[in-house]
Ligand binder design. Structure first.
Ligand code: C2O
Length: 350
């Protein structure tokens, strides 16, 4: 059977907080109605186009900063407020909810729910930002294009170094200061990556992409992660797909401050949603899912337990809705596409 939408009344204090970090309640605000099933329909002819963040202009950067300013100004118990948006990651990743009809926690990481969960998460996040901009029909998240040499640093608009211009996009965020713009991102972040010359690191980045999206990702379980069905316990340390492992996890660790409690913000599951860069990182991960599916004979799982798995999110109207993993398959139905950009790593056979 599928993992069904979490039982929200089962919400409890998070588990696995790093030592030194006081656990806090990251349950979503309660809803006193049965959430309806929301199914994407395409919603009009206009598609939002997600573009590379490094190529963003001042106007986009100002718009994004304005949207986050408004989001941070919402009352703390509004499910669309920035802290509540960040708490979604804590809730689905630190065993806060039980699965419906089960005593097992709901854990989306290291499983085949990794891609669809995060797609839905940033879908609603994008819709809420657009709503705050007065229902801007063109607003889209920008993806952190770190698989391309031109995007291989923290995008300037999210950088603490440009915080004089748009403080809201990096204010209060904990990051590794050595990795701020224009440091070269290490998609295979590890002990020796900080001392590599840029050209060497860019080559390693290409090889990492080639392995994660092509060489090691030929079958579905390898790419998406392992099946996760009702009553399955959380998978810790195994079950992740190729992309989830690298560059996804490595980018989290590379951005976060390893000297802060639990490697905050991006380096810990409970806190990563507190860095606005998280949503741009996940737009890139989401784009990799599209790139993988564009390869010949690559398809999503048709297993019903995958298709019918469910999540709960608050939408732009602050209404709690239920969504299915299988309904995340087609981004055009969700109203957005990715701008096509070069993928130089396609030929980077390690
Ligand atoms: Cu839910 Cu980037 O992790």
């Amino acid at each position: 059977a599928s993992v069904l939408a979490p039982n929200m009344s089962s919400c409890q204090l998070p588990q696995h907080f790093p030592s030194g970090q006081e656990p806090y309640d990251c349950c979503a605000p309660p809803a006193y109605y049965e959430p309806r099933l929301f199914r994407p329909t395409g919603g009009g002819s206009l598609l939002r186009v997600r573009r590379p963040a490094h190529a963003a202009d001042d106007a986009y950067s100002a718009k994004l900063a304005r949207a986050y300013t408004l989001m941070k100004a919402l009352p703390a118990d509004d499910p669309r407020s920035f802290s509540q948006q960040a708490n979604i990651h804590c809730a689905y990743c630190n065993n806060v909810y039980r699965q419906m009809n089960s005593t097992q926690p709901f854990q989306v990481h290291n499983t085949w729910l990794f891609f669809p969960f995060h797609r839905w998460y940033i879908y609603f996040h994008e819709r809420i930002l657009a709503r705050l901009l007065g229902d801007d029909p063109n607003f889209a998240l920008a993806f952190w294009n770190y698989d391309h040499p031109d995007g291989a640093s923290i995008p300037w608009l999210f950088s603490i170094n440009s915080s004089a211009v748009h403080p809201v996009l990096s204010a209060g965020v904990l990051r590794d200061s050595n990795h701020e713009y224009p440091a070269t991102v290490a998609l295979d972040y590890g002990v020796d990556t900080d001392i590599r010359p840029r050209p060497v690191q860019l080559q390693e980045n290409d090889n990492t992409m080639y392995r994660a999206l092509i060489r090691d990702a030929h079958d579905r379980a390898a790419f998406f992660g392992w099946p996760y069905r009702q009553d399955d316990p959380p998978m810790e340390g195994f079950g992740f797909g190729t992309i989830e492992w690298q560059p996804h996890n490595t980018i989290h660790s590379w951005v976060g401050n390893k000297s802060a409690i639990g490697w905050q913000h991006m380096g810990a599951l409970f806190s990563s949603g507190h860095d606005p860069l998280f949503y741009s990182h996940h737009a890139e991960i989401d784009r990799f899912w599209e790139l993988w599916k564009a390869l010949p004979d690559h398809e999503d799982f048709d297993d019903e337990d995958y298709q019918n798995a469910e999540f709960l999110f608050y939408n732009e109207d602050a209404e709690l809705v239920r969504v299915r993993a299988g309904d995340a398959s087609n981004t055009s139905l969700l109203g957005y596409v990715y701008e096509e950009v070069e993928t130089p790593w396609v030929g980077a056979v390690p």
